[in-house]
Design a protein around this ligand. Structure first.
Ligand code: ADP
Ligand code: MG
Length: 478
């Protein structure tokens, strides 16, 4: 039997507002426990929530960027449950009438094609506090700094068909919220996290299987692993004659497995009802138009422009526009490098990205600035150095040895373009390798590469490669 996987994601993005969604307390991360929770966040009697307009603005931004409908009227509801990090005894969320509905987003698949994923809804809600189980021996601490932080929960249609697709979708949304500057996307700090709903069904069936929901995944790697584990678990279970039961599961990264947290029978009844302390949220067209005007160039638009304007492949354009910072970096390099877009793309995607990944730095922290890299590319295009020597120059710039000109000067890396000097090196190489020379002249063409290598080696990589090729051809053929 062949199985098909069905996945829908619920992604929580903390909105980058200065203050909380219903109070004036700061949302800054990392303050000492309970220093940023005011009377509203603590749920003290007699206080009233006041909606933060910036949170609404950010939700509308995401709605517009995903082609969604912005509800002219949406309603905040109380989701009732008891937990120590929820002092009011309920979370303010949106239930039947969310602010954003019926959006979509395209994801790129590994084979180069793309696929449209439906966004069912996105709603505003408040985050809960945090229970700290490890900091106190035998006790649990409660930190309410996070209580009341605005969240946008983005719910996808069950359109995803593999763990890879789920990760591609999550990455795309992650990139989008950062382009829109509505979420810092910091996954270690929990600013962007995901619940994954997973089910399997016989291939060809159009009925959905019973799903399990894996809670609180906070890295792309964990999302992929948890989903793949869950797919196998469900298939093994069904093929062994069992049945998947609808339940909430937790992913244990150390053991790389998911474990049951609570089944549907134990699921809470949240007794949702409209919050009587908050008026319905009414959004006028004028507000939507105002937000529309603030939208930046979106990732997909930028990707298309890069491909068209800079002559890049779809793949190159996609990677370079993967984050706004990388795209900005790339365009700044082109500025310095006199429009050498293709060369700039090769270096940004190759050497620079390699060094960034290896160092664990962020592109904005790169010791090689766009101006430094662009300046070095100019030395390639004006034939001062070869592409190969440029790697040495790049490494030196990365290590803080100054700009390309300084490095070339200090290390004597200037390319040799004097044909007399190159011919002299070729003569030496030919004299030192009479056997190979005879073989080459007897028809062993492949030895050409050997001679190129020897000449480059003897010139310490400094001979101009194009000239070496041309002169060698002439001389070897007698
Ligand atoms: P709830 O609010 O109870 O979590 P929803 O119906 O709103 O449930 O669905 C939440 C998420 O689960 C959505 O992303 C949806 O696409 C996904 N989903 C629903 N049914 C399935 C299923 N059978 N298999 C996989 N995902 C599903
Ligand atoms: Mg859910």
């Amino acid at each position: 039997m062949e199985w098909e996987t069905v996945i829908g994601l619920e992604i929580h993005a903390q909105l980058a507002t200065k203050s909380k969604i219903f109070s004036g307390a700061s949302t800054a991360y990392g303050a000492p426990p309970n220093t940023q929770a005011c009377a509203v966040d603590l749920g003290l009697p007699g206080v009233l929530p006041v909606l933060n307009k910036d949170a609404v603005r950010m939700a509308v931004k995401l709605g517009l960027a995903t082609g969604a409908k912005i509800a002219p009227r949406s309603v905040f509801a109380r989701k009732n449950y008891f937990y120590p990090d929820l002092p009011k005894g309920y979370q303010i969320s949106q239930y039947e009438l969310p602010v954003v509905e019926h959006g979509h987003m395209d994801i790129e698949l590994e084979d180069g094609s793309s696929k449209t994923i439906g966004i069912t809804r996105a709603h505003l809600e408040e985050d809960a506090g945090k229970s700290l189980h490890e900091d106190f021996h035998g006790l649990t601490g409660v930190d309410l700094n996070r209580a009341g932080t605005p969240l946008l929960e983005v719910v996808s249609e069950p359109d995803l068909r593999s763990a890879k697709e789920a990760v591609a979708y999550m990455k795309k949304l992650h990139s989008l919220v950062r382009y829109l500057e509505i979420c810092d996307g910091n996954m270690q700090e929990g600013s962007f996290r995901c619940d994954a709903n997973v089910s399997v069904r016989p291939k060809g069936s159009d009925k959905l299987g019973t799903r399990c929901e894996i809670k609180n995944l906070n890295s792309f790697r964990f999302v992929e692993r948890a989903i793949n584990y869950e797919i196998e678990r469900q298939i093994d279970l069904i093929e062994g004659g069992g049945k998947v039961v609808q339940e909430t599961r937790l992913y244990d990264a150390d053991k790389d497995e998911t474990r049951s947290m609570r089944s549907k029978e134990e699921a809470m009844d949240y007794r949702y009802f409209p919050d009587p302390d908050l008026l319905p949220l009414e959004i006028e067209q004028a507000f939507i138009s105002e937000v529309q005007r603030t939208l930046p160039e979106l990732p997909d638009e930028k990707k298309e422009r890069f491909a068209y304007e800079y002559g890049l492949s779809p793949y190159e354009a996609a990677v370079l526009t993967g984050s706004r910072e990388l795209a900005d970096y790339y365009e700044a390099v082109i500025q310095t490098a006199n429009g050498e877009a293709k060369l700039a793309a090769n270096w940004v995607l190759g050497e620079l990205s390699g060094a960034i990944n290896k160092s664990g730095l962020d592109i904005t922290q790169s010791p090689v600035s766009p101006a430094l890299l662009g300046g070095m590319l100019n030395r390639i295009t004006d034939n001062t150095i070869s592409g190969k020597i440029a790697k040495t120059v790049f490494e030196a710039m990365w290590n803080g040895e100054g700009d390309a000109d300084a490095v070339i000067d200090k290390r004597g890396l200037k390319q040799v373009t004097d044909s007399g000097a190159i011919e002299k090196v070729i003569d030496d190489v030919m004299a030192a390798n009479p056997g190979q020379l005879a073989d080459y002249r007897a028809g062993k063409d492949k030895l050409f590469g050997f001679f190129v290598g020897q000449v480059m080696k003897l010139s310490q990589g400094k001979a101009n490669p194009a000239q070496v090729n041309a002169l060698l051809k002439k001389k070897l053929n007698g």
